[in-house]
Design a protein. Structure first.
Length: 268
């Protein structure tokens, strides 16, 4: 795509004040497989949809929750590991989640100010627990990081975000199993019309104050899929009369309410 020579590098602003290469990196995230993150008072949960390149290929395993270019995610994950090990060696304590997230944000933002570099074409959902409790952060190629109670990235992730916006107030006090089920339902809403969740294409990761980071793949995911019930895509199958009462209530109030996305964002 050619935009009057303003997209040849990541340090030139267009007359409209836009950096097109950063926007292209955001488009790469939209092409990746969907991933959902949720956080309660005690645990953080990541749920990801694995993608196989072709019918004869195996599903891509996700050790971290990403959408976009996996090689770029590998570079950033290795950097986060180095930061964590340095904190252990130098200070003899685990690094706070916010500090390691801001470290990769600074690393990514440098690429938007240095000629000859390109933004990282990947988005990350980073979950962790420190002395202040569980946290969920979203990383974007521009170097922006935001803390959320629930977030979704990847292809068709808007449908998953809609589910999270409607249910995020329930997340704080639910059990771990219920939190995973909410994540799977949000992930289900992002599926293509002829797809469904299965133990082969779904990964779940859980971390909490009393539980180390644990990744569940294969048959270990089946217990939560059974709790979800219908694991097929709900795209286009929602009855129309379910949406009309909510729309009528919103239009009849006469007072504009704050957006749910603002309520979900917990960044100071």
């Amino acid at each position: 795509m050619f935009r009057n020579s303003y997209d040849n590098d990541s340090v030139t602003f267009s007359p409209q004040g836009r950096i097109f290469q950063v926007e292209y990196a955001l488009e790469a995230i939209k092409q990746g497989s969907a991933a959902v993150g949720l956080v309660s008072n005690t645990h953080a949960v990541l749920v990801a949809l694995k993608r196989n390149a072709e019918e004869l290929g195996s599903y891509q395993k996700k050790v971290i929750t990403l959408a976009g270019l996996a090689p770029d995610a590998r570079v950033l994950s290795n950097f986060m590991r180095q930061q964590s090990m340095s904190s252990r060696l130098i200070y003899s304590r685990p690094i706070p989640v916010a500090r390691v997230v801001n470290a990769i944000a600074d690393k990514a933002q440098i690429n938007t100010q240095t000629y000859g570099r390109r933004p990282y074409g990947v988005g990350l959902l980073i979950a962790g627990v420190d002395e202040t409790g569980p946290h969920l952060w979203e990383f974007q190629p521009s170097g922006m990081v935001l803390e959320y109670k629930g977030a979704a990235i990847g292809a068709r992730s808007q449908s998953a975000r809609t589910y999270l916006e409607m249910n995020f107030e329930k997340f704080a006090d639910v059990s771990v199993d219920e939190l995973v089920v909410h994540g799977l339902r949000a992930l289900r809403d992002s599926l293509a019309q002829d797809k469904s969740l299965s133990s082969a294409n779904t990964s779940v990761a859980i971390v909490g104050a009393d539980q180390e980071f644990t990744l569940y793949d294969g048959d270990s995911v089946s217990q939560w899929l059974e709790m979800v019930g219908d694991v097929g895509s709900s795209r286009g199958s929602r009855p129309q009369d379910e949406e009309e009462p909510a729309a009528a209530a919103a239009s009849g109030s006469g007072v504009p309410a704050p957006t749910v996305e603002e309520a979900m964002d917990t960044t100071d």
